[in-house]
Design a protein around this ligand. Structure first.
Ligand code: C2O
Ligand code: CU
Ligand code: CU
Length: 451
């Protein structure tokens, strides 16, 4: 096992875009996305992060079980000019597709939409899929006419921000060569955009999820669904060489106060060459999770409240509250009283840095029932562990998970319930929250303390 060392600086960077206009991004080491970190199971990672932003930041290693002081959670902000070395060791079995992004209280949405995010891949020493790889980090960007990045609108705060420019590895509508022999990892690193990826003439064989390989490859599918923060490992299959659009099909996630056109999105062009990837029938064995010793319930909900009485306003940087009220009133077409604002809750409460919501014990098997009692989709994420989804229920239909998989993020449709099971990892504070970053920012987050 080795020691992987790196230095990362989060700082503003000016980049001239295609139209000749200059945009100020916030980036890790000046790169969009940030530098890729590739390490092996057993490695110790030591990454020194320096904050050159005008506001506090942290770096969170999404999906990994790291010591409390390396999680980059909101308890541990670094002020402008400060540095911090994040140190953690990657256990056996942790091979998977992770990412890193900021997690300071109140600033996550802005820091991510301005460009801060990067990939982290943990590789197995004996890899059953030692193919050449291709990586797509999908993000999105909104630009003003003058090339600047606008702050969130009220509707962004309510529904989550979707930038009009969907980027793959920082490129707008790239031309991509893809072989059927390549192991393709895809990250949905957007704040709120749901992806349903499709290429005409090509199918997807899923071999892995957030936390690594499945037990066996899935049957070929026409589309790939990725909620915000989810990752997938796939191989592309098809009969013939083809050049086709990479499309993200429309997904109705029940946004509030907007009438959306059900339009598909063109993300780029893929030149696909079929090849026999010769995938093994078995990829790995996931150890069975014993019966839980603790059961808990997590409920996501939303409420409309008078704006003056909400604490969540503090999370809305750059918003003029008067303008916000006007915008809300217009957007709601008088169906809801003026000066109301959406509040997003976990078990009826908004996030409080000083409140521990659940206390658990290292090594315990826990089973959580996650319920979305709001009117829109929310992707649930829990820090510091990989869980298995056991079953989901929607509209009275309960179904066991179709296959076993390691996940740290699972989407919940309005009215949906999911049962997850996992083993409590390292001691410390673990956030769980909606990964629509505007909702997280506004308080749809709670805290688990592992002792
Ligand atoms: Cu990817 Cu708490 O976040
Ligand atoms: Cu996380
Ligand atoms: Cu949400």
């Amino acid at each position: 096992a080795g020691v992987f060392q790196a230095a990362i600086t989060a700082a503003p960077v000016k980049i001239t875009m295609a139209g000749g206009k200059e945009t100020e991004f916030w980036a890790y080491n000046g790169q969009l996305p940030g530098p890729q970190i590739e390490v092996y199971e057993g490695d110790t990672v030591e990454i020194t992060v320096t904050n050159r932003l005008p506001q506090p930041t942290t770096v969170h290693w999404h999906g990994l079980d790291v010591p409390n002081d390396a999680d980059g959670n909101p308890q541990d902000p670094k002020e402008p000019g400060q540095s911090k070395t994040y140190r953690f060791t990657l256990p056996e079995g942790s091979a998977g597709t992770y990412w890193y992004h900021p997690h300071p209280h109140n600033y996550v949405s802005e820091q991510v939409y301005k460009g801060l995010a990067g990939t982290l891949i943990v590789k197995a020493k004996n890899d059953v899929l030692a193919h050449s790889e291709q990586h797509w980090l999908i993000s999105n960007l909104r630009l003003n006419e003058d090339g600047s990045i606008p702050p969130n609108t009220m509707l962004d705060w309510m529904n989550g921000r979707e930038g009009e420019f969907v980027l793959i590895n920082g490129q707008y509508r790239p031309k991509i060569k893809l072989s059927g022999n390549e192991r393709l990892r895809i990250w949905n690193a957007t704040s709120a955009r749901y992806l349903r990826l499709k290429i005409k003439g090509v199918q997807w064989i899923v071999v892995g999820t957030d936390g690594g390989l499945l037990e066996k490859p899935l049957a070929p599918a026409d589309e790939l669904f990725l909620a915000p923060a989810e990752r997938v490992e796939v191989f592309a299959v098809g009969q013939a060489q083809t050049t086709a659009e990479l499309t993200s099909l429309y997904y109705d996630r029940r946004k509030m106060m907007v009438q959306e056109k059900a339009a598909d999105l063109n993300l780029g062009e893929v030149q696909f060459t079929p090849a026999d990837a010769a995938l093994p029938a078995a990829l790995r064995t996931l150890p069975a999770l014993p019966a839980p010793v603790v059961k808990r319930e997590v409920v996501f909900s939303e409420q409309m409240k008078p704006m003056q009485n909400t604490q969540s306003q503090g999370g809305m940087q750059g918003m003029d509250h008067g303008a916000m009220a006007g915008e809300m009133a217009g957007a709601m077409q008088n169906t809801i009283p003026q000066d109301m604002v959406g509040v997003f809750l976990v078990n009826g409460k908004t996030f409080d840095m000083k409140r521990v919501d659940f206390v658990g014990n290292e090594g315990d098997v826990e089973e959580w029932t996650l319920a979305n009692q709001s009117h829109m989709d929310h992707p649930f994420h829990l820090h510091g562990t990989q869980f298995e989804v056991l079953q989901t229920s929607l509209n009275g239909n309960t179904a066991p998970a179709p296959y076993r998989a390691r996940k740290d993020t699972v989407n919940l449709r309005p009215g949906e319930t999911a049962v997850i099971r996992f083993i409590q990892g390292n001691k410390g504070l673990k956030m769980f929250h909606c990964h629509i970053l505007e909702h997280e920012n506004l308080g749809m987050m709670a805290m688990l303390q592992v002792k």
